[in-house]
Design a protein around this ligand. Sequence first.
Ligand code: M6R
Length: 613
Amino acid sequence: MCGIVGYVGPEAASPRLLDGLRRLEYRGYDSAGLAVHDGSGLHVARSVGRLAALEARLADSPLAGSVGVGHTRWATHGAPSEANAHPHLSPDGRIAVVHNGIIENYRELREELAAAGHRFQSETDTETLPHLIQREVADGAASGLDAIAAALRKARGAYALGILLAGEPEVVYAARLGSPLIVGVGEGETYIASDVPAIVNRVRKVIYLEDGQIARLTAAGVEVFDLDGRPAPFEVKDVTVSAESADRAGFETFMLKEIHEQPRILRDLLHQHVDADGRILLPDLHLDEATLKGLDHIFAVACGTAFHAAMYGKILIEHLTSLRVDIELASEFRYRRPKVDGRTLLLAVSQSGETADTLASVRMAHSRGCRVVSICNVHDSSLVRECDGVLYTQAGPEIGVASTKAYTTQLLSFVLLALHLARLRGDLEEPEIRRRLQALRAVPNAIHYVLERKDAIERIADKHHDGPSSLYLGRRFNVPTALEGALKNKEISYQHAEGYAAGEMKHGPIALIHEYLPVVCICTRTEDEVYDKMVSNLREVEARHGRIIALATDGDRAIAEVAEDVIFVPETLEEFSPLVNVVALQLLAYFAAKARGTDIDKPRNLAKSVTVE
Ligand code: M6R
């Protein structure tokens, strides 16, 4: 949720830190701050609100020095305020700490320190850390590293930390436990960051710190230690993300850019996993043929948009194979007694691979003996490291807080998995699989076609954007599409939106329908009576004077007679239609948000990755 950047090198630290923090703005935050060592001591600047406020403050009173740490905060403990903003200082002002995560035992630690005379300036859990480190120094720790290690051994919870010590003017310390943190290794300069995009324009080599590691960075290089201060092994890896992919590439927002990237990314993902002979290759799942054949139960867990992808995965896998699939929100799964064991394959779906509830579910499933694999976008994320295998969605960095390309790549990943399972287990005949692969190859073009109609979608969004509420309806494969369309709308336009299975309408939501309510009906053609049922639902909305915005298959004039507005999309096999339909709904939400003047890439109260409960 929060963002961390740190720098040691020959250049002025503040501009580097601000540049990195700007690249993390998409994570969502409510205050920001920097600490810089100017050779004689530590200096701090903090402010509430967007980064621009901190920049203005630094323009008035610059912080000199070429060693520093910066932070953007998304409040958990203590309201957004200057006092609660990071960095936090020790009472003697000689230790500065920036922190992502939660120190769970901070109350006990604070009481203990307060009893020893420590006075605190903030309400945060983080502030206990510089106090603890100062105490270790006072108690005679042999070095700065020893003081930090001793303090961290007393902290419970999760952290990614950037630490400056006044006594070590050319060093940045970093530490990780349960919250992601990377070290960037450049030519004569080093960085820390909570996420690769923060420093992707600066370095091409990174170290992914492991839980329980402390790094000591100087301009010359990096040393890594464990929490007992002993040297720890580490691996320097190449950055796989390009600097350009973290830029807007001329689009007015990251979200719009990411919506437009979908045809290319999906095509690439398909090429990567389906060879010229139609074989489906998923080697990183680390699931051999015998395991896949022997499976009888899959349990998928996820949060938010990723959960909608899991819903689709359940419908599709059960449609194409003999497998039973259960799904559950990770935040619920982890606190229940779900029926999973050594015969269950747990599938964790996540864009970031850092979502706290999803990670906790994985740990719980592992402890029950499940085999656990993930569908994940971020390489080397905590989730990937904790799972037995992975299917990377390869969407590239997703910067817009509202998930778009991550969702469609998750859907495609489920398609690949379902077809792979159906083939191995003999659930589908080969011609049936080939027919589907053929249909799948047409999906990126169909999405491209929807993108080309974005002006028409914008006109519809402009017309309907100002109401207080809207309803989204779909059936079968497109129930998750309805939920996801509604989620996109509420996330970025702040318009209340409900997603429903259309068959449920008569059981409640129909009471909402009136002459001003936009009702988005996903009514693309199906091969059976589901389409007719959906048309009946449309008629029911019409009869109550709801304002129907229909998603219909090209050439379906009958729908145009009932609906007030129609978004036409190309004909696609129903099983794969969610990949195409959701893009139209992403655009609809996007243009509604634009018309309502919201901050689309950084919607209020939301963070890109929810690394705390
Ligand atoms: O990184 P994850 O996929 O695990 O994140 C899960 C949700 O927090 C995420 O999908 C969230 O709902 C997005 N804001 C949706 O646009």
